[in-house]
Design a protein around this ligand. Structure first.
Ligand SMILES: Cc1ncc(COP(=O)(O)O)c(C=O)c1O
Length: 412
């Protein structure tokens, strides 16, 4: 059965039906996708144990992505708030401006090894799409990105980048016109084109193999972080809190992966979901709003849904967190009580962005601003020997129009 503290990577801790804790995840897919998913599973399981493939991945992570990204102390913020010392892992320094590049590079490499020339993917905030278009360009693949029309309007800089990289954006105008619909449409396209086309899912969601590939890819973040923390403090501090925003959950899993074996009293994982606008019932926070388990995009997970089990409308200022489901890995970590999940409102995230951007040299996008909002709330209540690390996993350039609208022209 599934355990956390056994030194094995979390991505392998599922049963033979690919279910985490017997309840989450799985492969709830149409019959036509069974073979392509089996083939992809076999290929990935071979590749990830292949030294040549690992070398290839590491080469691109280092020379193209530009890893390791920095680990910095936020002196001004820590001083201003008092209490815990606040650090940031500046993952937004990665080529393209966010963590989505790790999963995109790995998928493009798998696509090449599978002998396919076409690659497709979903995007919400536009980063997953931008990164996949970058990777496709790098490896000479033809690329289509599925994106909700609401997200296209609010994340224009990333749409421009996708097109500049030569990829086609397929606008998705159904449902809520956001990430959930983009993923559905992308999967639908894959059903009819899986012989020639490789599909990338942009987060740790979807049928089991996509959760695995994405978690394996973003684990790079914590492989670097554990070395950087040991260098800074000489060891893993006695009170360490790793705070990350959670949409689908890929940045958080990557940020926590190498710390799974530590006891939670020493290394606490705090995941921050999108609480949506204050004074509204709408949110995108299945883990913190007592959502029930449902099936979404081929996997069982906590899903924001109505009494009949229909997906409910979600709302968040951050396109990247505006998703009604969440990775089965996070559902598992929540039930196992290894991670704690809370939510931050749109207004909390905006205030956190403003404070961090005015005091420090980083400008976190609206997604990690949710994590900063939590760090800002917690730090003053904690002792000076507590170390908080926030994953600053995206850059605010893409959010410029929202920031101007909500905070005014001189917003930092
Ligand atoms: C910068 C950034 N952070 C976080 C997220 C949320 O996704 P995940 O929870 O998979 O990291 C996104 C999604 O688009 C994003 O662009």
């Amino acid at each position: 059965m599934i355990r956390i503290q056994k030194g094995r990577p979390i991505i392998d801790q599922h049963d033979k039906n690919y279910l985490y804790a017997g309840k989450f995840g799985g492969n709830f897919v149409p019959e036509t996708l069974k073979k392509p998913i089996d083939d992809l599973t076999k290929l990935f399981n071979k590749l990830r144990r292949d030294k040549k493939f690992i070398k290839e991945r590491d080469y691109y992570f280092k020379d193209y992505v530009g890893t390791p990204t920095s680990f910095i102390k936020l002196y001004n913020l820590s001083h201003q708030l008092g209490g815990a010392q606040i650090y940031a892992k500046v993952v937004s320094e990665a080529n393209g401006g966010a963590h989505k590049i790790y999963n995109a590079i790995v998928h493009a490499l798998i696509c090449k090894h599978a002998g396919k020339k076409y690659i497709i993917g979903d995007t919400g905030a536009g980063y997953a799409g931008k990164m996949l278009s970058m990777a496709a360009k790098k490896f000479g693949l033809k690329c289509k990105i599925f994106m909700g029309t609401k997200d296209m309007a609010r994340q224009k800089p990333n749409c421009d980048a996708i097109r500049a990289n030569g990829a086609e954006i397929i606008p998705v105008d159904s449902g809520s016109k956001t990430l959930v619909d983009a993923v559905s449409e992308c999967m639908r396209y894959w059903v009819s084109n899986c012989d020639t086309t490789h599909m990338c899912v942009g987060s740790t969601v979807g049928p089991n193999i996509f959760v695995k590939i994405c978690a394996w890819s973003t684990a790079q973040i914590s492989r670097e972080l554990i070395v950087q923390i040991k260098k800074e403090f000489g060891k893993i501090p006695k009170k360490l809190k790793l705070i990350n925003c959670v949409g689908g959950g890929s940045s958080a899993i990557g940020f926590w992966n190498s710390f799974m074996d530590y006891n939670k009293s020493q290394v606490e994982f705090i995941g921050v979901e999108a609480g949506g606008p204050k004074n509204s019932k709408l949110h995108a926070a299945p883990l913190t709003n007592k959502s029930k388990i449902g099936i979404l995009h081929g996997a069982a997970q906590y899903v924001v849904q109505d009494r009949e089990g229909q997906i409910s409308e979600t709302e968040s200022i951050s396109a990247g967190l505006d998703y009604p489901g969440v990775s089965p890995l996070h559902c598992f970590l929540k039930d196992a009580k290894r991670a704690r999940y809370i939510s931050a409102s749109d207004e909390d995230a905006l205030a956190a962005y403003k404070l961090v951007a005015s005091m420090e040299k980083i400008r976190p996008s609206l997604e990690p601003s949710h994590a900063f909002a939590t760090a800002i709330k917690l730090a003053p209540k904690l002792s000076k020997d507590t170390i908080i690390v926030v994953n600053s996993c995206g850059d605010a350039k893409k959010d410029e129009s929202i920031l101007v609208k909500r905070l005014g022209k001189n917003h930092d």
